[in-house]
Design a protein around this ligand. Structure first.
Ligand SMILES: NC(=O)c1ccc[n+]([C@@H]2O[C@H](COP(=O)([O-])OP(=O)(O)OC[C@H]3O[C@@H](n4cnc5c(N)ncnc54)[C@H](O)[C@@H]3O)[C@@H](O)[C@H]2O)c1
Length: 688
């Protein structure tokens, strides 16, 4: 009997192994084929998939013809007659040509790096990350190749995906693939030291960077919106936003009110894509939070997911629950299903003390569903938006005025309020709300980068460093977590007082990271580390790979970081020397990283704050345990962080001056121009 079972088990294992091998061979063959030899059948996309919104019908008939010619150039002539009407239909229905029929049949997910048909491991690491960004568990609109943010594209169409993967499967260590907004221009001879891939997304002649320029040129198939980590293959799911929000809330609690986060009340709005991280982050940071959300679907989704603990439709009940949790010093999150302004107004009436306030409604998009007016349900508001847009706009403006009035009243009673990178201040000022300071020149409230992330993190070099275990094994992620923790604890022993808090927060995060269960798609981790921390962690990983303790590791970071992004209302909003409207830092960064050993580099126009409002870049780097990898990580990570610190120091930010001087002591070959600070008296005595 036992022998029979054993035989059956072996047969089953054998069959499974055979099936796996067949699938793996078919996958490899499909990748190597690129655009298939024979025309695949037309495909209908299932209704159960989260689809990208229909885009503006912006092209004139002659431009539609051009868009079609552009799309057809990927395919053999014999297919044109069949594909032309189909692509025109896609353009008319969706505003874009996605080439749905060319989406491959194999599963879209990050595989073990050794499963990719590649001539070099560096190319395989890029294939892995591309597939991760398109994995339906990770990507927002996987059929349209959109990873996040509604428009953050990896490619414009499926032909670009197929060709890119084919090029990567052929690439040697002496070639570089040049990516023009999702289009693989081709493999060009280079050297082992060069990046394997250079990515540009949405790079425009500056005068052609208005939102409608994106609509038009994207519809023509010649550019795309790469957001930040979408078009650079470095998105790792919601973990990044949860960690970033935790750091922000935690430091806001510390900096702006006495004592620690325990028992503090944080009130905000939005349980959508990124804003949905707020209650989860509030819990991790240790505060009590109330998050208002007008859309029942969004609110219940976060509740079911466990990202928010309680849910109520009554502002009073939300407030009472919060007061109870505060008294018990229990970190708990509450969703108020209703309009944020109704909640704020009730808090004013009841004279509630709120410690921290913010807002993450989508005010970057106020007239098309980003922000909802008072006095209407979600459905009523959506109907008005479509049928009476002018009335809708006027209601939004008066709601914003009420919004600011209630916030101002609570701020007078001691609340600390900050803008969370969603254009709340800008749109409130446009609506005529009382949001300017006494001189009428500046906003009353700071952005979170001005007050918190800039001085606490970016100016010292702390930013969202991340890594992906390319074996796909969760054991490897556990081992890297332990290595990172050990490295940070060792560095903590000699860390100066200025950065001990930041390090301590990240040691705590990495210790509990696994429990937060934020891994979606690839086995990835994020933590905030400075130049020294990033380098030492990377070096320790490389050693562990060389010793065979873990498989290869891919390093990267969010573009929302120290050096990668020039964005005057967000990442560089705490730069006050006038240079916040320049983009030299981001461009220098991508060029600088590219010849210091990055495996791939990217530079984009347009991230969370909009097309034309930001230039942002990033990198990916494969660690394979070699001496070469160690040499590369040392020089590249040093530059990748200190480029931004040097610029922040030159802008006279005192934290950055401290950090760059410290780095120069540690690295004698680093010599940076440090500013002389003029005595205020000399200037104030001059007649301007
Ligand atoms: N600076 C950053 O790092 C950062 C991070 C995350 C998000 N953001 C910004 O925050 C905003 C939100 O991002 P998202 O991805 O969550 O967008 P989203 O549109 O998915 O979510 C916003 C939510 O706000 C709700 N809402 C709108 N008006 C409301 C009102 N009056 N009362 C209550 N709820 C209301 C909407 O129903 C929606 O669910 C965006 O502008 C984004 O750019 C910035």
């Amino acid at each position: 009997m036992d022998a029979d079972i054993a035989r059956m088990d072996t047969t089953k294992e054998h069959t499974e192994l055979k099936e796996h091998r067949t699938m793996s061979t078919a996958f490899k063959e499909a990748i190597k084929a690129g655009i298939p030899q024979s025309l695949p059948p037309k495909r209908t996309v299932g209704a159960d998939v989260n689809r990208a919104p229909k885009r503006k019908d912006i092209l004139r008939p002659s431009e539609k013809k051009l868009a079609l010619e552009n799309a057809l150039r990927y395919f053999p002539k014999e297919w044109h007659a069949e594909l032309a009407p189909e692509f025109l239909e896609e353009l008319k229905i969706y505003g874009r040509i996605y080439m749905y029929r060319f989406k491959p049949n194999y599963e879209m997910k990050a595989r073990d790096i050794s499963d990719y048909p590649a001539q070099c491991t560096q190319a395989a690491s890029i294939m892995l990350m591309i597939q991760n960004n398109l994995d339906p568990a990770v990507a927002q609109h996987p059929e349209e190749l959109i990873t996040y943010g509604g428009n953050g594209a990896v490619f414009q169409n499926w032909a670009q995906y197929l060709l890119t993967m084919k090029y990567l499967s052929e690439m040697t260590m002496k070639q570089t693939l040049h990516m023009y907004s999702g289009h693989p221009m081709g493999l060009f001879p280079s050297s082992e030291e060069a990046p394997r891939v250079v990515v540009t997304n949405g790079m425009m002649i500056p005068n052609y960077s208005q939102p409608d320029d994106w609509e038009k040129f994207n519809a023509l198939g010649v550019t795309q919106y790469g957001q930040m980590t979408a078009g650079s293959y470095m998105y790792i799911g919601p973990q990044g936003i949860v960690h970033g929000t935790t750091i922000t809330v935690l430091n806001a609690a510390r900096m702006k009110s006495s004592g620690g986060p325990e028992g503090k009340l944080f009130v905000t709005a939005g349980l959508g894509g990124m804003s949905g991280a707020q209650p989860k982050a509030g819990n991790i940071a240790g505060v009590v939070s109330i998050t208002a959300e007008i859309n029942p679907k969004a609110a219940y989704k976060r509740h079911e997911q466990g990202w928010v603990d309680e849910i109520t439709e009554s502002p009073d009940e939300a407030i009472d629950m919060a007061l109870e949790f505060q008294a018990a010093k229990r970190a708990r999150s509450i969703a108020f299903l209703g309009n944020i302004v109704d909640l704020w107004e009730r808090m004013v009436e009841r004279n509630i003390h709120v410690d921290l306030g913010s807002d993450q409604t989508s005010l970057h998009n106020p007239w098309a569903g980003g922000y909802y007016p008072q006095g209407l349900t979600y459905e009523q508001a959506n109907t008005m938006m479509a049928e009476q847009p002018e009335e809708f706009k006027s209601r939004i403006q008066s709601t914003l005025k009420n919004h600011v009035a209630a916030v101002n009243a609570l701020v007078e009673k001691g609340m600390y309020f900050f803008d969370y990178g969603n254009a709340f201040l800008l749109e409130s000022s446009r609506a005529g709300a009382d949001i300017m300071d006494a001189d009428g020149e500046l906003f009353r409230y700071p952005s979170y980068v001005q007050d918190i992330m800039g001085p606490m993190c970016f100016d010292y070099g702390f930013g969202p460093f991340r890594w992906v275990c390319a074996s796909g094994k969760s054991e490897d992620l556990d081992k890297t977590d332990a290595i990172a923790q050990q490295v940070l604890e060792d560095l903590m022993k000699d860390a100066p007082a200025e950065i001990r808090q930041q390090m301590d927060d990240n040691i705590r995060w990495i210790k509990g990271a696994k429990e937060n269960k934020l891994v979606v798609g690839s086995q990835a981790r994020i933590l905030y580390a400075d130049s020294e921390g990033r380098t030492e962690i990377a070096r320790a990983f490389n050693k562990a790979i060389a010793a065979g303790e873990i498989g290869p590791v891919i390093l990267g970071r969010d573009h929302h970081d120290v050096s990668g992004t020039d964005s005057p209302y967000r990442e560089t909003s705490n730069i006050y020397d006038g240079s916040s409207f320049t983009a030299d830092m981001a461009i220098q960064n991508v060029i600088g990283d590219s010849f210091r050993g990055a495996t791939w580099v990217s530079i984009h126009n347009g991230g969370g704050v909009g097309w034309g409002e930001v230039i942002n870049g990033g990198f990916g780097m494969l660690l394979d345990g070699s001496d070469d990898a160690e040499r590369r990580l040392e020089t590249m990570l040093l530059y990748d962080v200190n480029n931004g610190i040097a610029r922040r120091s030159w802008a006279r930010n005192k934290e950055a001056i401290f950090a760059i001087k410290r780095e120069m002591e540690r690295t004698p070959t680093l010599k940076v121009t440090v500013p002389e600070l003029v005595d205020e008296d000399i200037l104030s005595n001059l007649d301007f």
